[in-house]
Write a protein of this length. Structure first.
Ligand code: SF4
Ligand code: SF4
Lengths: 135, 287
């Protein structure tokens, strides 16, 4: 992968916004990989939490935005629990989700949800799912 | 003794047995769970980003209402517990956020409520030894896997026990006469809300939990969360369909086991609503 690193992407508005919304400082992460090691769904992510943070440190906005990682994160906080630097990758991934949802864009179309699920699932699954995936 | 109790949405509907068994068990243990006069949904997930103050308004209303009724609030669902406990902590720790929230919901809540999970009520307010002494029908010989999941333990500063190596759930099971089974995936996520749009991940994560518990000999799984319960049951059906699971095991709420052990009428525990029935196992073990 060819990446271009310069002041314009290292300190882009996007990166600043992610830091502001998440309350996390990207520079605190020293890339040990504990978060990805503990993450139960990193196997299904385009980039694990540690890689997402690295890409953000390098200002790679488009790659991060196009990755499925933020939508796959279940918010289990194993990353935060295992991080020796107290960085919460979960907060960063939630900030990335919010950057889409707050524009009024859904990740999941409510119309496509299986009727069976809406009928049988516990209410908390629907409420939580909507808050994480629907604007 | 009376303790204020927040049931949350799911315990009024999908997980009724979780609610009724806890209320009844409390009576058998000599205290009352007093449902809050006024409550609303907690939001079903704690808003992770600190700028999301809107997400804290609902849970703060619950806390504020509870504070009018007493100084302690308990809840059963581990997610409700997590959301309420974390919100309470934010209000305690952050004056600026607290003031914004109070302005929005027209309250003056200071964060001085004690939010505890029902397992902590049993451990610290009643005592597991007293629970054990009240057991009428010891669940002898039943090998139970205590499944903690995420919300009871993480983040560590609101967890009800050590986040990496908890024991409170196992101690509770011992008090009922069960044999707790330790298994590697007991603190791993079940897939949570991905039940909505990603069955594959949920089946894999919950499936790993089931297999890991069964490999260690568990005959049942015990849960404190309706969504975990749903995912752990559902994934077994999927695994049975594709042939990767030979026998399904019951997934129960911990209060249903408590009710059973305290001699509560089996027909009031909601056991018939579970996909895999524990009653044949009880028979087999002579319980
Ligand atoms: S565990 Fe923490 S320091 Fe290590 S890679 Fe992940 S975020 Fe960075
Ligand atoms: S919170 Fe998200 S990124 Fe962190 S370990 Fe859990 S699933 Fe992975």
């Amino acid at each position: 992968m060819m990446i271009r690193i310069g002041k314009e992407n290292l300190q882009s508005e996007f990166v600043k916004l992610v830091e502001r919304i998440s309350g996390e400082k990207l520079a605190n992460c020293y890339q040990c990989g504990n978060c990805t090691g503990g993450c139960p769904v990193s196997y299904a992510m385009d980039y694990g939490p540690q890689e997402i943070i690295r890409l953000l440190q390098l200002g790679q906005e488009e790659t991060v935005k196009n990755a499925n990682s933020m939508w796959i994160c279940v918010g289990c906080l194993q990353c935060y629990q295992r991080c020796p630097k107290s960085v919460s990758a979960a907060n960063i991934l939630e900030a990335l989700r919010l950057l889409t949802l707050r524009k009024g864009e859904d990740h999941d179309n409510i119309k496509d949800l299986p009727f069976q699920f809406l009928k049988e699932a516990p209410q908390q699954a629907i409420i939580c799912g909507f808050r994480k995936l629907v604007a | 003794m009376k303790i204020s109790y927040y049931p949350g949405c799911t315990l009024n509907t999908y997980a009724k047995g979780f609610d009724t068994s806890a209320r009844e068990s409390s009576v058998l243990l000599g205290f009352e769970l007093k449902e809050l006069d006024k409550w609303n949904c907690c939001g079903a997930t704690f808003p992770l980003t600190p700028d999301n103050i809107m997400g804290l308004l609902g849970p703060t209303s619950v806390l504020n209402n509870a504070r009018q009724e007493g100084d302690t609030l308990t809840t059963l669902c581990s997610v409700c517990y997590n959301v309420l406990k974390r919100t309470n902590k934010v209000i305690n720790d952050n004056t600026e956020t607290r003031n914004i929230i109070n302005d929005h919901i027209d309250s003056d809540y200071s964060g001085d409520l004690n939010v505890i999970h029902y397992l902590e009520v049993l451990k610290d307010k009643i005592g597991f030894d007293k629970v054990a002494a009240a057991v009428k029908r010891p669940l002898k010989g039943i090998k139970a896997g205590a499944y903690y999941g995420c919300a009871l333990l993480r983040p560590a500063d609101v967890g009800i026990d050590n986040a990496e190596s908890p024991a409170i759930f196992e101690d509770f099971l011992k008090a009922l006469g069960c044999t707790p089974v330790d298994f590697p995936n007991k603190i791993e996520c079940c897939g949570a809300h991905l039940a909505m749009n990603n069955e594959g991940i949920v089946t894999k994560l919950s499936g790993n939990i089931i297999s890991s518990a069964k490999d260690r000999g568990a005959e049942i799984i015990v849960s404190a969360c309706p969504l975990c319960q749903y995912n752990l049951e559902g994934s077994q059906q999927k695994m049975a369909e594709d042939g990767s699971l030979n026998r399904e095991i019951p997934v129960l709420y911990f209060t249903q086991l408590l009710g059973l052990a305290l001699g509560q009428d089996e027909n009031t525990l909601g056991l018939e609503n579970m996909l895999c029935d524990i009653r044949p196992l009880l028979k087999e073990k002579g319980v």
